[in-house]
Design a protein around this ligand. Structure first.
Ligand code: PLP
Length: 458
């Protein structure tokens, strides 16, 4: 029968995987000792099914990327069609193809301001490394030979390639071998007054403003940040912050790179996170949501000033990935954006975000330890604290966020905990943009039950 076949298959796959696969962002010893947590079989909409036959709600769109949800046949067909005509064509040496060319134009039309030129990669980390290189290259071409430093934010997440990992301001990621680039400096996040130039502010030291003063604008190529910090714990910038940083960068001849890897392509209820603040950065890095994860694609969009300057370089651009502008990935990207627009999913994210907000509000009223429920569109999160009024966190031993997420897992909801700093207990909720009202309510109901279970343990 179907079930016994799955049982055998589950055993076989678990054993193969346990012995032969080092998983990303996973405890390797735990995996070698215990095997995979589950083995996925298929997905449909917001639901995932494993080989045991369990149905899970994908409450964070896997890695905040499966924005159109699982099992989308239109995306699969777009990939099939492209693969059947020409699956792969290099973009090196000036070779072009229809899907890649059309997607470059489409992205250019969607990005804010005059970010009309695109360089493609296969993911977020590659995009950020590329943005650092292109920014430095631009300054070199303009005669600024020393503009090499990059300022990023503590708690920011930009990926795990050597440069991107150094920019990542989360300690556990920074201590891994090889992740040291002395030209990248982490600043304190989200200090609006400091970035506006208030040098008497108690937190001024370590702000972007103070680092520019210390290092000298002539040595700084770019500032990079996410519009809303994702893997750092869903931190929405305070009012006026992004505007202040934009102004600071402009005044000092420093590029502002917005890492839109999570926010881009509708997640926050706008096409790009930047659109929530009407900010126009100099470069945007994107990945994840452009294909809803159906194919590996990322890229960097840049202003006419940068694009046209680089376009005047009369030599070989010494940068490019085998999969830069991968036709199949680009065909999927085009179809993904077509569906986003056709089905009004960006606006839908605003409406579902409102349902999520109401859910958080309800939970905040019900549990004293549930606090700071927040979201922009369908990028949401909340904190768990012993006493929010007195700003007292849970004791480490309680492992509040991990325990809650575990309770949710037992109730077949997949969401994500963050506790990489002492006292931090944050949980992220970021379901696919195609989610419907009753499904958001189902997520809230499961979190509600799980909070109840947690309250008996703390
Ligand atoms: N930037 C942000 C904001 C991200 O959230 C991520 C991944 O989670 C990355 C960059 C890295 O992207 P990738 O894992 O595709 O290299």
């Amino acid at each position: 029968t179907k079930n016994t076949t799955n049982e055998t298959l589950l055993k076989e796959l678990s054993e193969i995987d346990r012995l032969h696969h080092i998983h990303p962002s996973t405890n390797p010893k735990f995996h070698r000792d215990n095997g995979p947590k589950l083995v996925f079989k298929e997905g449909k909409g917001i639901y995932l099914y494993d080989l045991k036959g369990e149905e899970y709600i994908d409450g964070v769109s896997m890695l905040w990327n499966v924005n159109l949800g699982h099992g989308n046949k239109e995306l699969a067909e777009a990939a099939y069609e492209q693969m059947s005509s020409i699956a792969y064509a290099s973009a090196f040496y000036g070779y072009a193809n229809e899907s890649t060319a059309r997607l470059a134009k489409k992205v250019a039309s969607l990005t804010p301001g005059d970010l009309n030129t695109v360089f493609f990669t296969s993911g977020g980390s590659e995009s950020n490394d590329t943005a650092f290189k292109l920014s430095r290259f631009y300054w070199e071409l303009k005669g600024y030979k020393n503009k090499k430093k990059i300022i990023s934010l503590r708690r920011g997440y930009h990926g795990v390639t050597v440069a991107a990992q150094r920019a990542t301001g989360i300690e556990v990621y920074r201590n891994f071998s090889g992740s040291l680039d002395p030209n990248i400096v982490n600043a304190k996040p989200h200090l609006t007054e400091c970035e506006q130039g208030d040098k008497n502010h108690p937190e001024y030291e370590g702000s972007i403003h103070s680092i520019i003063e210390k290092e000298g604008a002539e040595n700084i190529a770019a500032v990079i940040m996410e519009p809303i910090q994702g893997a750092g714990g869903v931190h929405i910038p305070p009012e006026g912050y992004l505007e202040a940083v934009r102004k600071l960068c402009s005044e000092n001849n420093i590029h502002l790179i917005l890492d839109e890897v999570i926010c881009g392509f509708g997640r926050t209820g706008k096409m790009f996170g930047a659109d929530n603040w009407n900010i126009v950065p100099d470069l945007i890095t994107f990945a994840k949501g452009i294909t809803s994860g159906y194919s590996q694609l990322g890229g960097v969009a840049m202003t006419d000033e940068i694009g046209n300057t680089i376009a005047q370089y009369d030599g070989m651009l010494p940068h490019g990935f085998t999969y830069s502008g991968h036709p199949t990935a680009c065909a999927v990207g085009l179809k993904n954006i077509e569906i986003l627009e056709r089905d009004n999913l960006v606006q839908h994210a605003v409406e579902m975000g409102e349902v999520l907000r109401q859910g958080f509000e309800y939970l905040e009223g019900k549990y004293s330890f549930f606090t700071k429920g927040r979201n922009v569109g369908l990028l949401g999160g909340f904190d768990l604290m012993r006493s929010p009024e007195e700003n007292i966190p849970f004791e480490e031993s309680v492992k509040a966020a991990v325990t809650l997420v575990d309770e949710c897992f037992q109730r077949n909801l997949l969401i994500r905990p963050f506790d990489f700093e002492p006292g931090m207990n944050i949980v992220a909720v970021a379901p696919p943009l195609i989610i419907e009202k009753d499904e958001v309510e189902k997520i809230i109901a499961i979190i509600d039950d799980s909070l109840k279970a947690l309250s008996n343990k703390i």
